[in-house]
Ligand binder design. Sequence first.
Ligand SMILES: CC(C)(COP(=O)(O)OP(=O)(O)OC[C@H]1O[C@@H](n2cnc3c(N)ncnc32)[C@H](O)[C@@H]1OP(=O)(O)O)[C@@H](O)C(=O)NCCC(=O)NCCS
Length: 229
Amino acid sequence: MTDTPGTAGRYPIRTATAETMESFAAPLNLAFAELPDPGDEERRVWEPERIIAAFDGDQPVATAGALTFRLSVPGGEAAAAGVTLVGVSPAHRRRGILRSMMRNQLDDVRARGESLAILWASEGAIYQRFGYGLATLNGSFDIARDRAIFARPVPPEGTVRLLGRDAAMGIFPAFYDRVRVETPGMVGRSETWWRWLTLHDTDLARGANGMKFLAVYEAGGNVEGTAIN
Ligand SMILES: CC(C)(COP(=O)(O)OP(=O)(O)OC[C@H]1O[C@@H](n2cnc3c(N)ncnc32)[C@H](O)[C@@H]1OP(=O)(O)O)[C@@H](O)C(=O)NCCC(=O)NCCS
């Protein structure tokens, strides 16, 4: 366990182990006002040695983590830290704890030789001060089906099949990797990630939505697309 000074030495930062990572990450439930889902622990993609917590006495009050990613870039791949699990208990905010965790984490990212740290921010105003910036834009559209037609005719071709998770495990990751190598900005996913985060379906994860459908589109004997709805 490495100890590094936290804010004014009051909230020392420690690095988790496989045994302590659940308790180190517990402040996240408070930070996001969420209860853990039953079965969460078996679905973890966490890397314990990349999870840190700030302590008030013997209590973890804030946490931050990173995942080891390969990010596709023009011409190849780059090592990237996928920053995640960031949260500070509501009773300990605005005391510089996030700032001290970010310093600790970026030092670690650098020591690992990763030239990139990437994240999705829960709020757009948080991370600029730590050196993060907007990397891409994302758009979504709601289109009323009875008001929409294709601009150009699309002759029906190929077939769409619905798959169960095990069958999808044999098709989705390979297809994704095919697209990933030619699409800058995509990150590789581990088998655990595919099985438990991308393709897994639970009542809790889907909230008010219906069951998760996994579909593969095949044309000319090849997989040409996958979709999750
Ligand atoms: C966002 C959060 C992590 C901030 O933690 P914190 O320990 O209070 O932050 P710090 O005291 O270290 O503040 C660091 C800097 O960020 C700023 N900051 C803190 N919260 C902010 C917010 N919600 N929006 C914008 N800026 C914020 C502070 O003003 C401070 O700025 P400065 O150092 O330039 O003066 C915490 O409020 C939290 O856990 N929120 C809910 C979970 C969440 O959103 N996590 C981020 C997931 S991507």
